[in-house]
Design a protein around this ligand. Sequence first.
Ligand code: PLP
Length: 489
Amino acid sequence: MWLQRVLTGNYAARPLNRDFPVSMKDKNKLLRKLPKIDECLARLEEHINQHDVPQLIAKKAVQQSVEQLRNALLNDDPVDVPDTLAGWDDIFKKRIEQLMALNLKRVINGTGIVVHTNLGRSLLPVHTIKQLSMAGACYTNLEFNLKTGKRGSRYSLVEDIICDLTGAEAALVVNNNAAAVLIALDTLARDKEVIVSRGQLVEIGGSFRIPDVMKKSGATLVEVGATNRTHLYDYEGAISECTALFLRVHTSNFRIIGFTSQVTAEELVGLGAKYDLPVMEDLGSGSLTDLSKFGLPPEPTVQEVVKSGADVITFSGDKLLGGPQSGIIVGKEKIITRIKKNPLNRALRIDKFTLASLESVLRDYYDQEAVLTKNQTLRMISESPEIIKKRAQRFLRRSRAKIAEKCSLKLVSTISRVGGGALPEYGLTSWAVELQPAATTVSRLESDFRTLSVPVIGRIENDRLLIDFRTVLDSEIPELCSELITYFE
Ligand SMILES: *Cc1c(COP(=O)(O)O)cnc(C)c1O
């Protein structure tokens, strides 16, 4: 079966012993050598075992292969055209393999960024994956009340758990935290004004900007204070008959340092009580554990913000929480009930896979000790440098002798990041293997690693490629070794 492995190499990159650019006459000769699509398809049918290759893929492979070579010729790129139809077999096979391979692939995360948005943020523990496959393979009581035999609510599966863990009166889960902010603002402040501190108008990667979300929700932003300092009297002075809400936003991915001052949740809640205005907090990462136990700088926990009396709080399910992509909204029952009834809720609702995995991940938090090892995100963040170093050493023991001639490998101390906008200025002490290839450039190595059958994503620092072992799993070491050994062979 030649369809099993994924090869992403580019056949057109074969070096040739011909001088370029070729003359117009030669070029036309080469262009005439390109085969007809129908001939190629007939050849595929006859000579290549293509049981599992759908006709559409075969045709696309042939067209793309011929097209790529034609373009290369027209651009005077150094490529050769096979002399016979049989000479195209390997080209077609490779192209078919590429087209048949799934687009979503696993990668090895050697960046050291734990909550890496581009690499899928949080990893789920094995017992959660089981629940996830159950939800895919079987019918479930997603919206079916097993006691009454009547229609149930999908949110009831997690709402009580979220309330237990956060101390909130009520909860709701939507597609992500951006959606949570949107639906909360739309419900509470459409056509009204929302007062926000100027120092909290954040942009999160992936084009989430508080002022833009605000506009979309139909609410009007009223900025108060200065970038570095906002006082309670700034909020109070901005209140008008159109004011609907005070909003605090956790400045996830940046810090203003120096002469600064922000109003606390408690103070704002006090002001809200005086004027009968609700207070909302977009917490961003939303941790359910106190990170200072790992020696990390304290981030406000969801529990603390609930305790402060805020009326509605939103946070991500797949940042520090370590669950699936989702946006969790907790708060006062009266307000959550209004949000639940917003028609946007139907549009932003989570699917059964999110619910299945979120419930499982949340249940782990009932045991605040065990969750530190069960939850993959918390485990990676809290893992000690000594253990990471041992993992890196295990990789070196297995691979160094076989790679050393082509690439120098060095164990180095490095700094990993939590990612996902959490604790932006805080580095976690970690260990990495530093690679310096003998015959190629570091940037070439970095891009080649991305095309391995299990792509390895590293980080370039000071003209060296680093693989940070904080985010490499124990179980990935054998594969990482074999991928790199094969690459350097
Ligand atoms: C990350 C973040 C968001 C967006 O959350 P998603 O779950 O990525 O949609 C919104 N607000 C803050 C403060 C954040 O940190």
